[in-house]
Each structure stands twice: as C-alpha cells, then as structure tokens.
Ligand binder design. Structure first.
Ligand SMILES: *Cc1c(COP(=O)(O)O)cnc(C)c1O
Length: 510
C-alpha cells in the first residue's frame, strides 16, 4: 500500500510511501549525499567548462530589462524538479543574461576576485555552515579569521599596532564590503567623539553634538562614503582635490578651520588610496598628522589599490597608514579571494567594540572577553557571519605571497602596455597617472565624441568598459580585470577601440 505524505521522509526499507527518499523506484525528493557526490562532480565540470570557455562568450548580454520573468514559471514548483532540468535551465535562462565579469574582454569597474582555491573554500564554508558571531559559536571561524587578518596585515607591512597578535590592542575583521567598513568606522568615530565631548561637558545631549559633527573626504571619494554620512546622520563635506585628483593637507586644514570657526566639530576623515574613478591617492602624509593633531578619526579606504601593497615596489603608496585609526581594502577585488571579503583593521579594537556592545543573555558564553577571545559580532553591523577566512587561507596557501605578487604585477604591466599603445596614437589623451591596473583615457575632443565612442564600444559588446567623470571631462576607464587576461587580449581590445574611433572620426568628417 502506498500512503501519501506531503513531506519527504525516509522509510529505511520499511513501508513504502510516496515521497520516500530511499525507495529506489522514486527519484529522491531532496538531494542525498550520494546524489550530491555525483552532482558535485558534474558541477565542478560545469564550472571549469564555463571558465575555460568564457572567452568565447559575448562579454555583455543582449537581453532587455524584464527578460527573465517570461522564461520562468510565475510560482515555485509544487513538486520537486530534477537536477538535470535545473542545470539545463542555467544555460537557457541564466547565461543569456550574465555579464561575464571573468572574461578576459571585461575591462569595466574594477576586478572582482575569482580563483579555484577560493571557490573550493567557499564550498567548504557552505558545508560547515556555521554562524560565527562569537568565539563560542564556532571557535575555528573566529580564530582563523584573526590569524588570517594578521597574515594579510604582515603581507602589507601594516604597523604592528593594527595586528592582533596574542595580546594586541588592534586587529582585523572581515567585513562584507568596503561600504560597511567605512560605515563602521564612522559610527565608531561618532560614538568616540560624542563620549569625549560629553565627558568634557556633561550637559551636552547626543542630539546637540550630532548636529555639529562634521566629517570629510575628498571630492573623488567613493559614493559609499557620502552614504555613510547620510546613514550616520552627520554632515559629510567633500574636500576639493588637487590637479592629480588627490586630497591635500592644506585643503583639509582650510575646510576644517572654517567649520570650527562656525562652531562645528570635525571628527572623521576618510582618505582614499586608489580612487574608483581614476585610481588617485590622497596625500596620507599630509592628511594624517592633521587628523592626529585635531583628534579626528582617520579611516583609509583602499578598496581596490590595497592588494597591490603586498608588492614592495607599491608599498610606499601606503606610507602614512601609521596615522590612521582604521584601514580597509577588498581582497575580493584584486587578491583572488571571491566576493565577499573586505579586510578591515583597527588600531584600538575597543573603539569598535565599545561603540556598539550589547550582551543579551542568549549570546553570552563562559569564555567571554577574556583577552584572547574575540566576539566578531561587536565589530560589524549584522549578527550573522560566514566562515569567510577559509577563502583567504586556501588562496594564500595555494598561491603563496610570491604567486599573489606575480598576479598583481602582471595586471599593472598590462595596464602600462595599454597606456603605451594609447601614447602611440595622437588622437587619444591619458587623463590620469597610471599607477596600478587602471588607465583613464579619451579621444581629444568633446564629451559628446567620447560618449559616442563608448556607446559604440559597449554596443558592439566585444569588450566592456565603463566611463567616469574627471572634473568636467567624460573619460573612459580601461581596468585590467580578469585573472586570465593576457597581452593578446589587451592588444585586441586596443585594435578594436582604435577601429571604432576611426569609424567615428570618419563619420564625423562626412
Ligand atoms: C569599489 C570601491 C568601494 C566599494 O566597495 P564595496 O566593497 O562594494 O562596498 C569603495 N571605495 C572604493 C575606493 C572602491 O573602489
């Protein structure tokens, strides 16, 4: 007799019922370990085939907004679908709408890290599936993270004060994104400044203080910095950058003096190393001492450029980090650790922890806060966190520092190769100094001309670029992105751009 059951179960060879997971005449309702072994191997092949063949795919998709809705049912299936059907639908439904970020013809935004060791570690992370908000919630999750952040800090030659060591006051934490790191730093700085002012004048309310707090960043800072100010409820002012798109000490000093004269309270500065638009560098050696002298928290956002500091020849770009209270960069951009992995260090962990600490009974544990113990939930906005340090551990061990350095150097060299090709063609100009893997360029001429060029480039979809504005100029950004990009791809991209520029200029003359 077959008895219907609405939930999957296992009869272990007993009475057969509909939905049984082990009865051989039925497809399993949910994937069991033996099917997982088989499908896992198939998925590995699928992934390797995808990445091996990615060069043959059009880098940017042809679809229109809303394309996907008509390709899938309007509700989830009542009965289970077969794995084969799902995997076939990946090619039919998903791939046509994918922008292939790991194609060697993708030169847009900044790189998004991708490597096999990181993907394997992510799989293990999913399997362990712990939520590592406290040490006790999964000791290995917390401890590996602390140690990996020390490894990475040492690779960058960060000052000792940022490392956790065995009894340090500083230390690192993995955030989900640079945006979160900036927000955490701003909120911690806000609490610190508020407490300091209230200690000096006990009558002051938090509201009265917040109204007067003012933070600064360069006019080239990432939009997430302005957003942190909005979320944190404080004024955020943009300091005009200099001719090389860098924030200088004198401009910061000027703005700060003006604000102080108006009764405002400067408390927080974000310096950017490697801006998103043109990879310029704020002058840390000028800005840093001002922040220290004026008791302003200095946060450094090096989201993209930070990875390059593992190379001795680029480490000087980080000089002045000793003045900072917090420092952040994204291994998920340029250090082969798949998204998400944003590395943040603080000099005084108590500044972060002290700002947001709550200890409900259900999260207390017996080892709490006893020197060696870190409860990362106090270092971040969410409670839950994944075992992300596994990705770092696998990548750092399987590439070695030398392998990582070689990877960074290759990208920088390819950017210089593209820069060289541009230099040979008098129709083009280079719009910002090429320091790392980004080249900002344009056709000499109007913004309209350059907008038309970009439209042709992205319309043809052989390569993919995004633009930026530098002052009033419309500029094309050529970022070396893919792990597998080679000189040949850069040359093909250049020939393509060159051809489209000739077509465009020819059409203009007619
Ligand atoms: C990419 C970038 C960010 C944003 O990074 P997320 O991790 O996506 O928040 C912030 N700042 C700079 C300078 C960037 O280049």
């Amino acid at each position: 007799m077959v008895i219907a059951s609405s939930v999957p179960f296992n009869c272990h060879g007993g009475e057969e019922r509909e939905g049984c997971l082990s009865c051989p005449w039925r497809r399993p309702r949910t994937m069991n370990s033996s099917e997982f072994r088989r499908r896992g191997k198939e998925m590995t092949d699928f992934v390797a085939d995808y990445l091996d063949g990615i060069e043959g795919r059009q880098v940017y998709p042809d679809v229109q907004p809303g394309y996907l809705r008509s390709l899938v049912p309007s509700t989830a299936p009542e009965e289970p679908d077969a794995f084969e059907d799902i995997i076939n639908d990946v090619e039919r439904i998903i791939m046509p709408g994918v922008t292939h970020w790991h194609s060697p013809y993708f030169f847009a935004y900044f790189p998004s890290a991708n490597s096999y060791p990181a993907m394997l570690a992510d799989m293990l992370c999913g399997a362990i599936g712990c939520i590592g908000f406290s040490w006790a919630a999964s000791p290995a999750c917390t401890e590996l993270e602390t140690v990996m952040m020390d490894w990475l800090g040492k690779m960058l030659k960060l000052p000792e004060a940022f490392l956790a060591g065995e009894a340090g006051e500083g230390g690192g934490v993995i955030q989900g994104s640079a945006s979160e790191a900036t927000l955490m730093a701003l909120l911690a700085a806000r609490t610190k400044a508020t407490r300091r002012l209230q200690a000096a004048s006990p009558g002051l309310t938090q509201g009265a203080i917040m109204e007067k707090l003012v933070a600064y960043s360069s006019d080239q800072a990432h939009s997430s910095v302005e957003r942190a100010g909005l979320i944190g409820g404080v004024k955020m002012k943009a300091i005009p950058s200099d001719g090389k798109f860098a924030m200088r000490g004198s401009a910061l000093q000027e703005a700060m003096e003006r604000d102080k004269a108006e009764g405002l309270i400067p408390f927080f500065v974000v310096a950017t190393l490697g801006t998103t638009s043109c990879c310029s560098f704020d002058s840390l050696l000028e800005v840093g001492p001002i922040c220290n002298k004026e008791d302003m928290w200095l946060h450094i956002d090096a989201a993209y450029a930070g990875s390059s500091f593992i190379c001795p020849e680029f480490r000087h770009l980080l000089n002045g980090v000793e003045f900072a209270d917090s420092f952040n960069f994204n291994p998920h951009k340029w250090l082969l650790v798949n998204f998400d992995c944003s590395a943040m260090w603080v000099k005084k962990r108590t500044d972060l922890i002290g700002a947001f600490k709550l200890d409900p009974v259900y999260l207390k544990h017996s080892h709490q806060d006893s020197g060696l113990i870190t409860d990362y939930r106090h270092w971040q906005l969410p409670l839950g966190r994944r075992f992300r340090s596994l990705k770092m551990w696998f990548v750092f061990r399987m590439y070695g520092v030398k392998g990582l350095q070689a990877y960074i150097r290759k990208h920088v060299q390819l950017a210089h190769e593209f820069e060289y090709l541009l230099h040979q063609d008098p129709r083009f100009e280079i719009c910002a100094e090429v320091t790392l893997g980004l080249v900002c360029f344009r056709l000499k001429g109007s913004n309209k001309l350059n907008e038309a060029l970009l439209e042709r480039i992205n319309g043809t979809k052989k390569i993919h670029l995004v633009p930026c504005h530098l002052r009033d100029k419309f500029v094309l950004r050529f970022a070396i992105c893919s792990r597998t990009v080679e000189s040949a791809h850069v040359r093909l991209a250049w020939e393509h751009i060159n051809q489209l520029a000739s077509d465009l200029l020819g059409a203009e003359k007619e």
